[in-house]
Design a binder for this molecule. Sequence first.
Ligand code: ADP
Length: 429
Amino acid sequence: MDSGSRITRGAENAHVNEDRRNQSTRTTNRRRAAESALLDELLLPHAPQNENVGSEGQTLLMRALARLERQEDVDAAVAWAPGPGGEPRVLAANPPEAADEIRPVPELYDALMKLERAQRLTDPNPELELTALAARGVSAVAPVPGLGASPAAALLLFAKKAGRPLRPRTIAILNEVATGLARSMSTSLALDRLGRLDEAVAQLDRQASLGRLVSEIVHEIRNPLVSVKTFLQLLPHRLEDPEFHQDFRLVVNDEVQRLERMLDDLLRHASPRTSPPIADIARIGDAVRTTIALMTYRFSAQGVSFEHQISDDLPALRLSEDSLRQLLLNLLLNASAVTPKGAAISLHVDWSPNHANHLELKIFDEGPGIDPNTATRIFEPFWTTRPDRVGGLGLAICKRIVDDAGGEIEISNRRSGGACFRVELPIAD
Ligand code: ADP
């Protein structure tokens, strides 16, 4: 390549990198904006229509009215509070027929909310809007503030003798009741809001789990398809090779059955992962053998040599044959993605009385190895260095399979270059 085209390629790469950075910044910004809108929605003071008094608030109001009505100069006590649509309505009345004395309307309710404390309406010059209340026989009113700017309720008292001012002691009690209500109703509204927050978080959690589940299903379906595709691509060149045909039949049959089992499992449990049956010895051997057969063809088509050492005796493990196959396939596909042509990949499956309580799997590749700065992140779902940023589930699935089986997975870089994935799987009792 001459230096001119190198520079052009360099410029193109810089452009592509810039595009990717912009795209990832846009995605991050979009996610942050969505998160902050959600937090705003959940945490900031709510619009009145979202802050209506629940049944607990109604009980508090009833108790407060009963206490007010016991005052000897009080004929009836009524509480207005915002309904589901934000419109004020009668939420409690003592006696109940007092609810019909005057209809709650937003203008009157707003005027009540402007008051700072209880007020007698029989005094000269009440607030202009409140004269309408006085004209309908209301003797005293008190606002009950709610959370933030939204009111919780308004209390209205009717005197036994219409037009006669309520005693100062009754007004003092009205004030005391309104202050007490403001405290307990705020707590009840806050608890309501927390309840809604919990529901919203649970809903988000369910959506996230569903998203994860779908991604995992797609990932798990893609692997058998990769296997079948590899064989189909090789078929035209191996038409005369009976051994290839035999392997082809076995692997494709196996992979199709695996797809079938996965879909059956999904239908039965609506989740591919229920407690996995403990695999028996023969099937573990099968899972290892068919995976090796599949990968042997893939590696040879890729020009990578593949060496494997498998113990003759394989014990029963605490995971299903499909999970073991998935684990091996994910690790070997990752190795194949990073190992250059002409280099080698090895798989060791070791179990002997020396490792009596676990089976050891090791996969060595000759790729770039794992960057120590990102080594702690590679098992996170959706963490990937793929240029298109699509993927990042392979190792997360491996980790879960190994965790479910009670085993361990660790990574190291080889001194000679390349990565080593080591998995310990406990044997079944
Ligand atoms: P994906 O392969 O789709 O990116 P994985 O979860 O399988 O998802 O892997 C996550 C990341 O871990 C890869 O993008 C890569 O950066 C790193 N990784 C995985 N296996 C190897 C390996 N054998 N050598 C070097 N890096 C690896």
